[in-house]
Design a protein around this ligand. Sequence first.
Ligand SMILES: NC(=O)c1ccc[n+]([C@@H]2O[C@H](COP(=O)([O-])OP(=O)(O)OC[C@H]3O[C@@H](n4cnc5c(N)ncnc54)[C@H](O)[C@@H]3O)[C@@H](O)[C@H]2O)c1
Length: 267
Amino acid sequence: MGLLEGQRAFITGGASGIGRATARMMAAEGARVAVADINGDGAKEAAAEIGGLAFEVDVTDPEMVQAAVRDAAHAFGGLTIAFNNAGAGLLANVHEYSAEQWDQVVRLNLTGVFSGTKAAVPVILESGGGSIVNTASISGVRPSAGEAPYAAAKAGVIALTQSAALEYAPAIRVNAVSPGWILTGLTAPWKEIPGEEARAVERTPMKRLGEPEDIAKVVVFLCSDLAGFVTGQNIVIDGGMILHGAGVDGMLAYLQSAMRGDPPQYY
Ligand SMILES: NC(=O)c1ccc[n+]([C@@H]2O[C@H](COP(=O)([O-])OP(=O)(O)OC[C@H]3O[C@@H](n4cnc5c(N)ncnc54)[C@H](O)[C@@H]3O)[C@@H](O)[C@H]2O)c1
């Protein structure tokens, strides 16, 4: 019997990377899964792979999130898991971000998690309780230069997780995961920077970068009965990288020095 037998899950950012690996693993553990993503075709592909449902959803649009969660719950006869995972960041100095860029990053990474939680709580309560997991980041715990709106949003996700855990216990457990450098579409461009991948591996005690499945396993654990006494926590999954510094440490200085034609400079 799977760890999530009988569970019904809604996953944002489920078309690729961490969300997609989690959708696969949840389905393999017995859950029915709704894959929601701004990339509608990707969501359909990911859902077809696991016999799940697909929703084209932009998490920055609260009404779209609300409608998709409601439709998924209707189709599944309830909902017991929400994985609020969609997100992405930018890289610039604080004063170089436009107000629009700031809003865009916060709306995607923080307000998107709020909308997912707001939509999921009533249906999970109606379904007899369950679990919410939010994707934060090591950047929300230990920010790097260049990622102020992303880091602030991810720190906000951790705080939102804790407030929600207090509000909805014991019916709903609410936890966060904070990935380190995981090999997905989001980090693919970082590998193009000469020496950057080797530098990241060197700073990671486990001596490798993460795979999406490294995160999926912890999310499945958090949603299962194995974690029945765990709520309000943020689990850092980074191979120990944060002990030496965070994922994009020095990357902004490197890119700026390279654009000036100066020798590479990390700090
Ligand atoms: N990869 C890493 O190293 C890393 C590290 C820390 C945190 N994270 C976080 O993990 C989460 C998943 O990222 P990933 O690495 O799997 O990246 P990814 O790019 O592979 O997947 C992100 C998914 O989110 C979707 N998405 C983007 N904007 C959306 C929107 N407005 N509405 C709905 N869906 C949207 C994308 O289409 C994509 O399918 C993000 O929250 C990211 O911030 C990733």
